[in-house]
Design a protein around this ligand. Structure first.
Ligand code: MG
Length: 383
C-alpha cells in the first residue's frame, strides 16, 4: 500500500489522481490532501478519502475547513508553510506536486529533502529552479518521476536505455486553439476562446499557457533538466491529434515513442506504479479510427512564448525564473480581460530586459526574483 500526499488535490491533476486511487483502493491511499482556495471541494474529498491530514494553503479558510471536518479523525492545518511540513511526514511514500505555478517550489524542496518519491506535475518548479532541484534530488537519492504526459512518454521510451545515448527528443504539442490563426486574428482573441483546448481538459492557467505555447516552452526546459539534454536537442513537433505523446531518438537513429489516447490518468498512474504497470479503465487507442497522424514545425513568430523559453534556457541563471513569474502575472491578467493576447509575450520580453539578472542564483535569489518580477509586471499592466 503506497501512501500518497496530493498537493493541489482539487485541481485537474489532483482530482484525476484521486480517480486512480478510487480505481486501486488496494494499492494506494490518499494520505494528505491540500488545496489553496477550493474549500468545498477539499471538504468533500476529505469526507470521501479520509486522509490523515488536510491542508488549506490560504489560512483565511482554516476555521471553515476545521469546523466542517470536526467529526472526522484527521488533522487540519492552514498556511503555505504547513505544506512544507506535512510532505516530510514519515509514512508518506509519494508526493504528487500538482499545485499551480511557483508555489510548488518550496514544498517540492521539502519533499526531496525528506527523500520522498516525487511525482512531478508542477513543471514550474523545474522551469524556475531546475539545477537546484535536480542537484538536490541527486544528493538525497530522491527519484523525480514525471507526470506531464510528454515527459512520461519520454520516460517510458527510456526504459532500458542510457541517457547518454539520447541524440534528440521530439516533444509533441497539440498547437492549441490558435494553431491556424493569423497574427492579425490573434490580436483579438479572448480568454473564453483560449480556454477551449482542442484535446486536453486542464486547469485555466495551463490552458492559456497551451494557447500561447509557453506551456511547450516550459516543457522543453522541464525535459532539459529531467533527461540531461540541451535545449538544442529538444525539437518541438506540432502534432494536432495528441496521440504520439513524445519520442526519443538514440545515437543509432532508432526512435522510440509512447502513444495513447489523451488521458492524463495514464501518466499519473504510471508515476504511482513505476516500475510496474497497473490496469486502467477507459478508451483504448484505435489507430484505424485515427487514420492519419500529422506533424508540423511550430511557428516561432506567431508563438513568441516558445522562442522566449528557448532564449531563457540559453541565457540560464534566473532568467527562466523571471519568465515564469512574468508569465504567471500576464496569464492571469489575460484571463481577467486586462491585457490582449499579444501583450502576453510582449510584457514577458519587457520583463526579461528590465528585471535583475543573476548568473548563479540560489533559492533566495529565486524567491526574491519571483516577488520582484511580479511587482514589475503588475506595474506594466497598470501603466
Ligand atoms: Mg504536457
Amino acid at each position: 500500500m503506497k501512501k500518497i500526499a496530493i498537493l493541489g488535490s482539487t485541481g485537474s491533476i489532483g482530482t484525476q489522481a484521486l480517480d486512480i486511487i478510487r480505481e486501486h483502493p488496494d494499492q494506494y491511499e490518499a494520505y494528505v490532501l491540500t488545496a489553496h482556495n477550493s474549500v468545498e471541494k477539499l471538504i468533500a474529498q476529505a469526507r470521501e478519502f479520509k486522509p490523515e491530514v488536510v491542508v488549506i494553503a490560504n489560512e483565511q479558510h482554516l476555521p471553515t475547513v476545521r469546523e466542517a471536518l470536526a467529526d472526522l479523525p484527521l488533522k487540519v492545518f492552514g498556511g503555505a508553510d504547513a505544506l512544507c511540513d506535512v510532505v516530510q511526514m514519515s509514512d508518506i511514500d509519494i508526493v504528487l506536486t500538482a499545485m499551480v505555478g511557483f508555489s510548488g517550489l518550496r514544498p517540492t524542496i521539502a519533499a526531496i529533502e525528506a527523500k520522498k518519491t516525487i511525482a512531478l506535475a508542477n513543471k514550474e518548479t523545474l522551469v524556475v529552479a531546475g539545477e537546484l532541484i535536480t542537484t538536490l534530488a541527486q544528493q538525497h537519492h530522491t527519484p523525480i518521476l514525471p507526470v506531464d504526459s510528454e515527459h512520461s512518454a519520454i520516460f517510458q521510451s527510456l526504459g532500458g536505455e542510457r541517457l547518454d545515448r539520447i541524440t534528440r527528443i521530439i516533444l509533441t504539442a497539440s498547437g492549441g486553439p490558435f494553431r491556424h490563426f493569423s497574427a492579425d486574428e490573434m490580436l483579438h482573441v479572448t480568454a473564453v476562446q483560449a480556454l477551449k483546448h482542442p484535446n486536453w481538459e486542464m486547469g485555466a492557467k495551463i490552458t492559456i499557457d497551451s494557447a500561447t505555447m509557453m506551456n511547450k516552452g516550459f516543457e522543453m526546459i522541464e525535459a532539459k533538466w529531467l533527461f540531461g539534454v540541451s535545449p538544442s536537442q529538444i525539437e518541438v513537433h506540432v502534432h494536432p491529434e495528441s496521440i504520439v505523446h513524445s519520442a526519443v531518438e538514440f545515437c543509432d537513429g532508432s526512435v522510440k515513442a509512447q502513444l495513447g489516447v489523451p488521458d492524463m490518468r495514464l501518466p499519473i498512474q504510471y508515476a504511482f506504479s513505476f516500475p510496474d504497470r497497473l490496469p486502467l479503465s477507459g478508451e483504448r487507442l484505435n489507430l484505424f479510427k485515427a487514420g492519419c497522424l500529422h506533424f508540423e514545425r511550430p511557428d516561432f513568430q506567431r508563438f513568441d512564448c516558445l522562442q522566449i523559453a528557448y532564449d531563457a534556457a540559453e541565457r540560464g541563471g534566473n532568467m527562466p525564473c523571471i519568465v515564469n513569474a512574468a508569465n504567471e502575472v500576464v496569464n492571469l491578467a489575460f484571463r481577467q480581460g486586462r491585457i490582449s493576447f499579444p501583450d502576453i509575450a510582449r510584457l514577458i520580453r519587457r520583463a526579461m530586459d528590465e528585471a535583475q539578472f543573476v548568473t548563479t542564483p540560489t533559492l533566495e535569489t529565486y524567491l526574491q526574483s519571483d516577488a520582484d518580477v511580479r511587482h514589475l509586471v503588475e506595474s506594466y499592466i497598470h501603466q
